[in-house]
Design a protein around this ligand. Structure first.
Ligand SMILES: Cc1ncc(COP(=O)(O)O)c(C=O)c1O
Length: 286
């Protein structure tokens, strides 16, 4: 086994990393390597495999659909599976409109574009976007700009637009300082919102990529209250938290917030296919 001469692996320093493990097949939470060893996929292949590897019902549904229609241009055409998904997700999430894209980053980009254009359509010049310290929203340029800066974004810094950055008062059992940190973050948010703000984006309840940093539901409700008071929009990036990861189907529901826009991917296809959707309120669609 060695590094393949033609593959380029993401977030991997080839000079210092061990050679990749070659996977032959997956079933449930187990991966079988080509040399016969079995591993537990404890990261669900970067949080996408919510239903396990090789889940037969998903494989069969994809097979059936592929024999009928694999895809069709979506401008001026529609089809029953898309309508079914939109109807079901709208009812589950309480955001009426579904826009398709192809991964978590683009679902976030679409949310930002919808928010931005919504203000432009109304002749408003709201330009500021607010995001949180430690946030990760993806690796396309807009998503990178929204995420906190890191060694992965450093080479592109001059291409990334500015956002106002608020501290993320993550907490843990026995944390005595959380109230103080929440108050500080809310104060920073109030100050930032004094500048006309197009949207605020956050990962509800838990930031994944920055190391499972959890905030309390009450903090998110207080954030939402302030956003509403300033007439701005709330974008929930549920690419990681969506589809049951926090106990409720969506972390926003568990936290008791109702965003204006929601980005979804990962669990949406259980890792079988790349797909993202952005859910938007009817108000924004209109
Ligand atoms: C919260 C969050 N947003 C966006 C993304 C980007 O998703 P993708 O890798 O599908 O572009 C991720 C990926 O880990 C994520 O965790």
């Amino acid at each position: 086994m060695s590094w393949h001469p033609h593959l380029w692996h993401p977030t991997t320093q080839v000079a210092t990393s061990p050679e990749p493990l070659r996977v032959a097949r997956g079933r449930g939470c187990l991966l079988e390597l080509q040399d016969g060893r079995q591993l537990i996929d404890a990261i669900s292949s970067w949080w996408v495999t919510l239903h396990g590897h090789g889940e037969p019902s998903i494989a069969a549904a994809i097979g059936r659909q592929a024999m009928e229609l694999e895809q069709v241009i979506f401008a001026n055409f529609s089809h029953a599976p898309a309508e079914q998904l939109a109807t079901r997700l709208a009812a589950l999430i309480g955001l009426e409109r579904l826009f398709f894209s192809d991964n978590g980053s683009t679902a976030v980009e679409v949310a930002l574009k919808i928010a931005w254009q919504w203000w432009r359509n109304q002749g408003s010049d709201r330009r500021q976007v607010i995001a949180f310290e430690g946030a990760y929203h993806g690796d396309t340029f807009g998503a990178m700009a929204l995420g906190d800066r890191s060694i992965f974004t450093a080479p592109y810094d001059e291409l990334l637009f500015d956002v106002a950055r608020i501290s993320w008062p993550h907490t843990h059992w026995g944390d005595n300082g959380v109230e103080q940190r929440e108050a500080l973050a809310l104060e920073q948010l109030e100050q930032a919102l004094a500048v006309p703000t197009a949207a605020v984006i956050l990962e509800p309840l838990i930031q994944g990529a920055s190391g499972m940093q959890m905030v309390r539901p009450g903090f998110l409700r207080a954030v939402q209250e302030r956003i509403r008071a300033h007439g701005s929009l709330l974008i929930a990036d549920e690419v990681m938290t969506g589809f049951g990861r926090t106990g409720a189907l969506f972390a926003s529901q568990r936290a008791g917030i109702q965003p204006d826009l929601m980005a979804l991917s990962k669990g949406l296809t259980g890792g079988f296919l790349p797909m993202g959707v952005t859910m938007a309120s009817e108000r924004l669609y209109r």
